[in-house]
Design a protein around this ligand. Sequence first.
Ligand SMILES: CC(C)(COP(=O)(O)OP(=O)(O)OC[C@H]1O[C@@H](n2cnc3c(N)ncnc32)[C@H](O)[C@@H]1OP(=O)(O)O)[C@@H](O)C(=O)NCCC(=O)NCCS
Length: 146
Amino acid sequence: MHIRELGTDDVAEIRSVFLGIFTGEPWNDCWEDPAQCHQYIVELTENRNSLSYGLYEGNRLIGISLGRVKHWYAGTEYWIDEFGILPQHQGRGAGTELLSMIAQRLKSRGIVGMVLLTEREMPACRFYIQNGFETREEQVFLVKML
Ligand SMILES: CC(C)(COP(=O)(O)OP(=O)(O)OC[C@H]1O[C@@H](n2cnc3c(N)ncnc32)[C@H](O)[C@@H]1OP(=O)(O)O)[C@@H](O)C(=O)NCCC(=O)NCCS
């Protein structure tokens, strides 16, 4: 397996993998409007600070990490908006490998940390903690629906 940085030329392939990961269990995300999904992937890959990686088995994209770089005062961080491995490739170390290969690349760019949100009760939470992430109990996630 190998990784490479993803960009604007990869939007269609990323969208297909993204939907393959998140429209099934356990997330069951409902992307009814293809244009909305396309726009979401475009904005994650085409901004000046976008930073996304793909995990490949041969020439097949099997995992994604879609995010952006933030130049925070305490050092530059990689904020991950979407991370996942296609269902048929889960549970055999691919996610762990993708995170580890990304971390190596980030370190060589001088990035000091990775930040993400997930749901406490989802299996992914355990995956991140096993891979060295820590929860920040002092912080709270706030939303106001309009
Ligand atoms: C979470 C995810 C990225 C982990 O990648 P993976 O390649 O399946 O994980 P690995 O094989 O490297 O590591 C397995 C560990 O992750 C955890 N895990 C999380 N989800 C899992 C799943 N669906 N299948 C197996 N293990 C899972 C387990 O704790 C497991 O540890 P264990 O073997 O000690 O029980 C992947 O399962 C996935 O894409 N899930 C759906 C999308 C998702 O939840 N993304 C994160 C949203 S923030």
